[in-house]
Design a protein around this ligand. Structure first.
Ligand code: PLP
Length: 394
């Protein structure tokens, strides 16, 4: 008998893992590798949040919670959505889950039937296609090209919609491009979604990491009608440097949230209780550290962007949010003798000792992703190494 189910036959491991594993191997051999693969802030979780977690444990609050999340946390999330986004939700429209990633997984499980299509803009976060496929859905890719600022247009969206389309994913600010859809752009996309009667999955996990005066706008803010067809997904991983705590949430239609809650009741029971109490403090407490981290990312971006853009054969748009740079390095790869950006990225690791993520995993094989969630000193050294590598081989 076959050991594995058909469902996992086409499952590909996260593309970021292969190069990260190789970087780790080199480090263990004593080689000084600079890792720019990180998908998480390099700051510790703020002190007030750690203290709230400790206090909840000391008070004995370590038992199961309701499957959809602690009422006190749902309240904190409702207040956050009102305060930051001007969005009004009731408790039965909120699900707290094990990180935004698992919330998205649960969402696709409850909205997709076999063969339902989900529109995924390129470049995309690696988990969207796999999660859609695991739910029996079919990813339909629409390319946001570099000259469109790595964003899709309303006519591209319209052309991709069939009678099987269930939803479109909007990730703004975007991982990996760092691009942000303006209110006007979102309005145009939403109009198409409304006209064609599809759901909008709005992944806003990088909401707080926006730079140079650009503002985050949630597509659900456009109107009550748009809000009704949007599921907002967010969490504290990136905003509060809480990646390991695994708390995310969905806000949207109560029937969808109810089904997600029922599914969670049979899969996770609840997100970790201590982490939920920590998140109550993350949202109700001071937001000063959130802003401090944002400023640190912004100043790194300002320092490193011009240097990266000046490397021969690198074409890079200035990101507006998140903490990634996504240069098109196809020319640099070709001029230095590599057949693909994958090979170029591999050589950067083994010869220049800088670990980056090749864009092939994001559907954008001309690009590579560099994370600036690391110290300025290391970033500058990494960019110097890349520049020397390119100039030497050109
Ligand atoms: N969505 C995007 C676009 C991400 O980049 C990530 C994390 O890398 C997530 C969701 C998942 O966040 P969480 O850590 O809350 O699961």
């Amino acid at each position: 008998k076959q050991l594995l189910a058909k469902r996992v036959k086409t499952l590909t491991p996260s593309s970021t893992l292969a190069i990260t594993a190789k970087a780790k191997e080199l480090k263990e051999q004593g080689i000084d590798v600079i890792g720019l693969g990180a998908g998480e802030p390099d700051f510790n979780t703020p002190e007030n949040i750690l203290n709230a977690a400790k206090a909840s444990m000391d008070a004995g609050l370590t038992k199961y919670t309701p499957a959809g999340g602690l009422p006190v946390l749902k309240k904190a999330i409702i207040d956050k959505l009102q305060r930051d986004n001007g969005l009004t939700y009731q408790a039965n429209e909120i699900l707290v889950g094990v990180g935004a990633k698992h919330v998205l997984y649960t969402l696709f499980q409850v909205i997709l039937d076999e063969g339902d299509e989900v529109i995924i803009p390129i470049p995309y976060w690696v988990s969207y296609p796999e999660q859609v496929k695991l739910a029996g859905g079919v990813p339909v890719y629409v390319e946001g090209t570099a000259d469109q600022g790595y964003k899709i247009t309303p006519s591209q969206l319209r052309d991709a919609i069939t009678n099987k389309t269930k939803a479109v994913i909007i990730n703004s600010p975007s991982n990996p491009s760092g691009m942000i859809y303006s209110k006007e752009e979102l309005a145009e996309l939403a109009k198409v979604a409304e006209e064609k009667d599809i759901l909008i999955v709005s992944d806003e996990i990088y909401e707080k990491l926006v730079y140079n005066g650009v503002e985050h706008f949630s597509i659900a803010q456009l109107s009550d009608a748009i809000k009704a067809r949007t599921i907002v997904v967010n969490g504290v991983a990136k905003s509060h440097s809480m990646t390991g705590w695994r708390i995310g949430y969905a806000a949207g239609d109560k029937d969808i949230i109810n089904a997600m809650t029922d599914l969670a009741s049979h899969s996770t029971s609840n997100a970790t209780t201590t982490a939920q109490y920590a998140t109550v403090e993350a949202y109700n407490g001071s937001q000063e550290t959130v802003e401090m981290m944002r400023q640190a990312f912004e100043s790194r971006l300002e320092a490193i962007f011009p240097k990266l853009a000046a490397i021969p054969g690198f074409k890079v748009l200035k990101p507006q949010g998140a903490f990634y740079l996504l240069p098109d390095v196809s020319e640099a790869a070709a001029k230095t003798g590599y057949a693909s950006v994958d090979d170029f990225a591999n050589a950067l690791l083994t010869e220049a000792n800088v670990a980056v993520i090749p864009g092939s995993g994001f559907g954008a094989p001309a690009t590579m992703r560099l994370s600036y969630a690391t110290s300025l000193e290391l970033l500058e050294e990494a960019v110097n190494r890349i520049e020397t590598f390119v100039k030497t081989k050109w």
